[in-house]
Ligand binder design. Structure first.
Ligand code: GUN
Length: 279
């Protein structure tokens, strides 16, 4: 029975964070890269993600600040917070954790962050740069996925890649990253027909739908690379991905676990982007 090799995102992210830490500690007279994280409200998952981001900053010697706004804050208050951070010389990266409460307009918020401090890579400027093959600050999760794909040692040019999920923060920029790497990406979504057949034809599958075990193992082509971006909490409190891991392992050559796959890579990419923004 063939068994996939596991892409250990947790270990690879730890290496990247360690390397950034060495870089920063080798220049003790320089201002450390500074990241401001803005968290609006008390979404439990967001609180976990923000804590992980801050812990990684501390470990690597970056300056990080958490700005918390109440769930009933206004759009104007959030925009004013961003304006203050845009103006500060000691803050090189600004991240507003998503999702935002319903009364807020995510697009206006994203566009208010100075493009050169947009370490999430969500600003139209940064998405446009990626589209035009001149990437600047790149969205963290797709960037982390590309780092994982490079670690497989598999040559990417010419590969057929299927992305399942068309979100602004994962699916769409993931398509652009894969295209830039020379793959032929197909971006699938809820209206896609014959999804199973499309996934079965893919050399690389990126699952980012947010539905537990949505992709069964028998959709995975023998020898494919399976990247699972999903982090779903089951009723028993455990986490699982968008791919049925146990069965996908039977045919994939490489697979990411959940947790410990893509999640830590998003954090590592964020630190890389903050260092890049500070340079
Ligand atoms: N919510 C889920 N993923 C992300 C991310 O990468 N950045 C931000 N800001 N919010 C998120």
């Amino acid at each position: 029975m063939p068994q996939a090799q596991v892409l250990d995102g947790k270990a690879i992210a730890a290496e990247i964070i360690e390397r950034i830490g060495q870089q920063i500690s080798s220049k003790p007279d320089q201002t450390p890269p500074g990241l401001a994280v803005v968290l609006v409200g008390d979404n439990p998952a967001s609180q976990v993600y923000v804590r992980n981001k801050q812990r990684a900053c501390t470990r690597a010697g970056l300056h990080s600040e958490l700005i918390r706004l109440a769930a009933d804050s206004t759009q104007a208050e959030l925009l004013a917070t961003i304006d203050q951070l845009n103006a500060r010389d000691d803050i090189h990266g600004i991240l507003v954790q998503l999702p935002l409460p319903d009364q807020m307009d995510e697009h206006q918020v994203t566009e208010r962050i100075a493009a050169h401090k947009d370490v999430d890579g969500f600003h139209p400027h940064n998405i446009g740069r990626l589209l035009l093959r001149r990437p600047a600050l790149r969205p963290c999760t797709p960037k982390g996925v590309m780092t994982l794909l490079q670690r497989t040692g598999i040559a990417l040019p010419g590969r057929d890649a299927v992305i399942v999920g068309q979100s602004n923060i994962v699916g769409r920029p993931m398509m652009l990253e894969l295209l830039l790497a020379g793959c032929t990406p197909t971006l699938c979504h809820s209206k896609t027909q014959q999804l199973a057949e499309k996934v079965r034809a893919a050399d690389i599958v990126v699952a980012a739908v947010g539905i537990p075990r949505f992709i069964p193992g028998d959709w995975v082509k023998a020898g494919a690379v399976v990247i699972d971006v999903g982090i779903n909490r089951l009723p028993d409190g455990s986490l699982c991905g968008d791919v049925d891991y146990a069965t996908a392992c039977q045919s994939a050559a490489w697979i990411t676990p959940v947790p410990g796959g893509v999640g830590p890579m998003t954090v590592a990419s964020l630190l890389q982007n903050t260092v890049q923004a500070a340079q």
